[in-house]
Design a protein around this ligand. Structure first.
Ligand code: HEM
Ligand SMILES: *[C@@H]1O[C@H](CO)[C@@H](O)[C@H](O)[C@H]1NC(C)=O
Ligand SMILES: *[C@@H]1O[C@H](CO)[C@@H](O)[C@H](O)[C@H]1NC(C)=O
Length: 323
């Protein structure tokens, strides 16, 4: 009897200590919706699968959405908000305008999930799951995605334009600094840049490099010029694949291309240009396992950037607007 009382008192004290130390620092967890929305994962996967079967590039676009969400005020679904009378959102910001895509797919996922578990799953978490599923569908690594983020009620055009998302003309130093500002190491940065093993970029983002750039393979530059005219304003939106060897496969050929001076963006080639990240590019080009291991670790870290948790933010019913 007495022993039981002592034990339960001990448990109460332990729980008080635990809650006082850890409550405010709510943590994301992979089983966050296991009771409140048990069929969440298959529901998301089905929509992503269908979208990627229709257009393989969509996997790349969905992965990029998550990156651009997380780098602007944290992973809070802010990129999904349309402009309102009280704020101009992130969609028309320099790095996003005429460039980020996949919003309709997120809408489809959200309405499906709302039918299953109304008001439970955040748009920010849907972006995280969608990014994971997209990578897996193109043959990339699988990981357990952490959940429990809530959605912002506002978005900021100026934050999205402030340079937190580095431009494709970035130097290596700028890339390292921009990622460090988000708590990501230069190793994380090089591994995450491996996302450019899939998807496309517009002429306007690499024109300067293919006409005037250094450290670029001559025949690669010439062949890329064919669909990207030199004159500013002509063919700006013509797209080229970021990894011309296997644009639809999540592999290490992006890094192999860098060794051959065939990075499409300046910000790609600076990773292998005689600087501090050369050795990592070489390592990833040789080892799919090493690339996958570091990419997964960095994706989880990126997904941890300033989430809204607890009673902060909300669970939007429509990802495009606050409730
Ligand atoms: C290191 C700094 C980075 C820079 C400077 C950068 C820049 C760019 C640019 C300029 C484009 C083409 C956009 C356009 O044509 O309008 C692009 C595409 C893309 N980026 Fe990045 N990016 C970076 C890092 C990342 C990261 C961390 C990810 C994800 C983990 C990512 C995923 C993608 C994907 C998948 C595409 C292709 C999207 C599509 O085809 O729709 N990028 N990036
Ligand atoms: C975004 O792109 C559209 C269409 O090209 C253009 O009309 C608009 O001015 C751009 N917005 C910004 C803020 O640059
Ligand atoms: C290449 O550089 C020259 C000289 O700086 C410049 O006049 C020209 O516009 C550049 N071309 C492209 C396509 O960027």
């Amino acid at each position: 009897m007495e022993c039981n009382t002592h034990t339960s008192m001990l448990i109460v004290v332990l729980m008080m200590i635990l809650s006082s130390c850890c409550y405010s620092q709510a943590q994301l967890s992979s089983d966050f919706y296991s009771e409140s929305c048990p069929s969440l994962f298959p529901a998301v996967r089905r929509v992503v699968q269908r979208a990627v079967a229709r257009e393989r590039r969509m996997a790349a676009s969905l992965l990029r959405l998550f990156f651009h969400d997380c780098f602007v005020n944290g992973c809070d679904g802010s990129i999904l908000l349309d402009d309102t009378s009280s704020f101009v959102g992130e969609k028309t910001a320099g790095p996003n305008n005429n460039s980020v895509r996949g919003f309709e797919v997120i809408d489809r996922i959200k309405s499906r999930v709302e039918r299953l578990c109304p008001g439970v799953v955040s748009c920010a978490d849907i972006l995280a799951i969608t990014a994971r599923d997209s990578v897996l569908l193109l043959g990339g690594p699988r990981w357990s995605v952490k959940l429990g983020r809530r959605d912002s009620t506002t978005a900021s055009l100026s934050a999205a334009n402030s340079g937190v998302i580095p431009p494709p003309t970035s130097t290596l130093t700028n890339l390292i600094n921009r990622f460090r500002a988000q708590g990501l190491s230069s190793r994380d940065m090089v591994a995450l840049s491996g996302a450019h093993t899939i998807g496309q970029a517009r002429c306007v983002t690499f024109r300067n490099r293919i006409y005037n750039g250094s450290n670029i393979d001559r025949s690669f530059a010439l062949s890329t010029q064919r669909s990207c005219p030199a004159a500013t304003g002509s063919g700006d939106n013509n797209a080229a694949v970021l990894d011309s060897r296997s644009p639809g496969r999540f592999d290490v050929s992006y890094y192999k291309r860098l060794l051959n001076h065939m990075g499409l963006l300046t910000s790609d080639q600076v990773l292998f240009n005689g600087g501090s990240t050369d050795s990592l590019v070489i390592a990833y080009s040789r080892s799919l396992n090493r690339f996958y291991r570091d990419f997964v670790r960095a994706m989880i870290k990126m997904g941890d950037i300033s989430p809204l948790t607890g009673s902060n933010g909300q669970i939007r019913t429509n990802c495009r607007r606050p409730n």
